[in-house]
Design a protein around this ligand. Structure first.
Ligand code: MN3
Length: 223
């Protein structure tokens, strides 16, 4: 048994990446990663932590637990949790499912995850097409996700949100996410979101995504 990794609580720290800023080149450039992780993500954290300082009753909760309990939060706190808390949770999730180049391990879903994708979409290629099309349709800033749909027997589906809204606000556990804000790709791809999305598939860590699904199917807390 490996000891459980402690879940971060207030004040939320900037999560360490498992790779260097240049490790996703040429698909995601080092300068984008440096700004995205070090500046953008840090800014969401700073505003979230500042707002949470006055709510000690929330200081033992993970950001995911706070988002899941969103309806019960104090009204004055909700806008900050939705935007800055969502921003923190989404970016923390995004960094987890990315992998360094050249990647080892599968370049597409395998095992249980492949079966679940085939069951929901027909094939891996059909899933990628649906995810990309949904991501292209998000007007302005937002996120694309692969989620489990509890209302449909846990079947997988593609879901998008606007701004920094987390899928946890809608009770949807996420397996995969892609940041669609221009700050995620503008330096390298400018307005070419389609090129960024094509590059994204090269840096997805399918082992991690598969483990998320296995954890959820086994009833382990995995948000
Ligand atoms: Mn971002």
């Amino acid at each position: 048994m490996t000891p459980a990794v402690p879940v971060p609580t207030y004040p939320f720290p900037l999560p360490k990446l498992r790779f260097e800023y240049d490790a996703l080149e040429p698909f995601i450039d080092a300068e984008t990663m440096r700004l995205h992780h070090g500046k953008h993500h840090q800014a969401y954290l700073d505003k979230l932590n500042a707002a949470l300082a006055a709510y000690p009753e929330l200081h033992q909760m993970s950001i995911e637990e706070i988002l899941i309990h969103f309806p019960q939060l104090p009204e004055a706190l909700k806008p900050v949790v939705r935007t800055q808390g969502g921003g923190h949770a989404n970016h923390q999730f995004f960094w987890k499912i990315l992998k360094a180049v050249p990647g080892t391990g599968p370049t597409e879903a395998v095992g249980l995850l492949a079966d679940a994708i085939n069951d929901a979409f027909g094939s891996f290629a059909a899933f990628q097409e649906e995810f990309t099309n949904a991501a292209m349709k998000v007007f302005g800033s937002g996120w694309a996700f692969l989620v489990l749909d509890p209302k449909n027997g846990g079947k997988l589906k593609v879901h998008t949100t606007a701004n920094q809204d987390s899928v946890l606000l809608e009770g949807l556990p996420g397996l995969l996410c892609c940041d669609l804000w221009e700050h995620a790709y503008y330096l390298k791809y400018q307005n070419r979101r389609a090129d960024y999305l094509a590059a994204f598939w090269h840096v997805v860590d399918w082992e991690i995504v598969g483990r998320r699904l296995e954890g959820m199917r086994a009833g382990r807390k995995q948000l």
